[in-house]
Design a binder for this molecule. Structure first.
Ligand SMILES: *Cc1c(COP(=O)(O)O)cnc(C)c1O
Length: 384
């Protein structure tokens, strides 16, 4: 990565409001700032914000560029992946019939059911329900059988939803199988892959597996505008999604995307696609390795560098607390890091005896601070 330092006065705008910056070693978490937008993107956004254009024309051109970059039939810039989920549902339920579009989220009498693995229910599926979808679950928390999906699809089914996330269960039906079953009944498959980039291969993978619409966050690993999202897929469904999005006065009008964000997303995606992934991963690996090297000698901990394509999409330094660990508890260390100065947030989505350092948002200087503080907290004497 080209920008592992920040301009010296970058923090001042926040401090003026009395908001103290934090160090985010937790990854692309929106509540912790998301990601650092690419500096070259910010330059272009600043230019784009000064010029007036017709937004429909801009949306069409941006969509074509996204399609070219991803190999999709069509694309659209939405307001975050969550906004894209709502548009996916709206597109599948109302198509681009203005009578139906105007009625959303009232979907009485429409094909309004979205079929979803029970294992794929999660907080963001509210975005589907916000468009008026009724979620119909199949399978349980341990199993899902093809016949259960077949049985859940009826003449009221608008789409089958599928979640691709590192935390999603691996006991679900494979996406290819879901697409086969849904398509045999003329039902589209909509995918949430918000946080699956990088690796770049995931930009193509879900469409190739047969998905009809896929949404990615523009403000996570792509490092585009924090509030942006990328919707790609079948041309007719993208057209229906775009028809209901801002600037049109339908359901999506409340999820406006600014012209400079549209430009920023397209330019960020182009930069992301062209970037040398091996070099990018090597830079993250070097940062994670520094953390590993600094802590690996501490008895009772197992500190490893992990990058597996399933749980850790980019290299992380993972700290596991074994039964032999005699120092402070994992939770008290995480809490102490968050309460110190500066406050440091670690990745805590692994197991209950696991903490990790995600290098995605760290500058070189911040990495050194994380290491110093982690060492301090881990070697702090506990009262016995
Ligand atoms: C982050 C995330 C979202 C929301 O993405 P935004 O771009 O922040 O709106 C939705 N789904 C999943 C699986 C996510 O990880």
């Amino acid at each position: 990565m080209a920008d592992t330092t920040n301009p010296p006065d970058a923090e001042a705008v926040y401090r003026r409001l009395g908001v103290a910056p934090i160090i985010n070693a937790a990854g692309s978490i929106t509540r912790l700032g998301g990601t650092r937008t690419r500096p070259e993107t910010l330059e272009l956004m600043s230019q784009a914000a000064r010029v007036m254009v017709n937004i429909d024309e801009l949306n069409r051109a941006a969509g074509q560029e996204i399609a070219r970059l991803t190999g999709a039939e069509a694309g659209f810039v939405c307001s975050g992946a969550a906004g894209g989920l709502m548009l996916q549902a709206a597109a599948c339920i109302a198509g681009n019939d203005p009578v139906k579009m105007r009625r959303l989220p009232d979907t009485d009498g429409m094909k309004n059911e979205i079929v979803i693995h029970t294992m794929h229910r999660f907080a963001y599926d509210q975005a589907y329900r916000a468009a008026g979808a009724r979620l119909v679950e199949f399978g349980d928390y341990l199993f899902a059988h093809p016949w259960q999906l077949e049985g859940a699809i009826t003449e009221r089914t608008a789409a089958v939803a599928y979640l691709c996330a590192t935390f999603a269960s691996n006991k679900v039906l494979p996406l290819e199988r879901v697409c086969e079953i849904a398509h045999a009944r003329g039902v589209p498959v909509i995918v949430d892959a918000a946080s699956m980039l990088p690796p770049r291969a995931n930009l193509y993978r879900y469409l190739r597996a047969g998905a009809d619409l896929v949404v990615y966050s523009g403000g996570k690993g792509v490092r585009g505008p924090q509030g942006s999202g990328i919707l790609v897929g079948r041309a007719d469904l993208i057209e229906a999604a775009a028809a209901q999005a801002s600037p049109s006065q339908f359901l999506g009008r409340g999820m406006k995307v600014a012209k400079e964000e549209i430009i920023g997303l397209v330019e960020s995606l182009a930069a992301f696609v062209q970037e040398d992934e091996a070099a990018e991963m090597a830079a993250y690996r070097a940062m994670a390795q520094m953390v590993v090297d600094a802590l690996v000698e501490l008895p009772g901990l197992r500190v490893t560098l992990e990058h597996d394509g399933a749980n850790y999409l980019i290299p992380h330094a993972v700290i596991r607390f074994s039964d032999q660990w005699r120092g402070p508890s994992r939770d008290s260390i995480a809490a102490a890091m968050e309460q110190g100065s500066p406050r440091i947030h670690l990745h805590q989505l692994g197991g209950p005896q696991e903490l990790a350092v995600d290098p995605l948002n760290l500058t070189e200087q911040e990495t050194a601070q994380v290491i110093r503080r982690l060492h301090q907290e881990l070697t702090r004497q506990t009262q016995t």
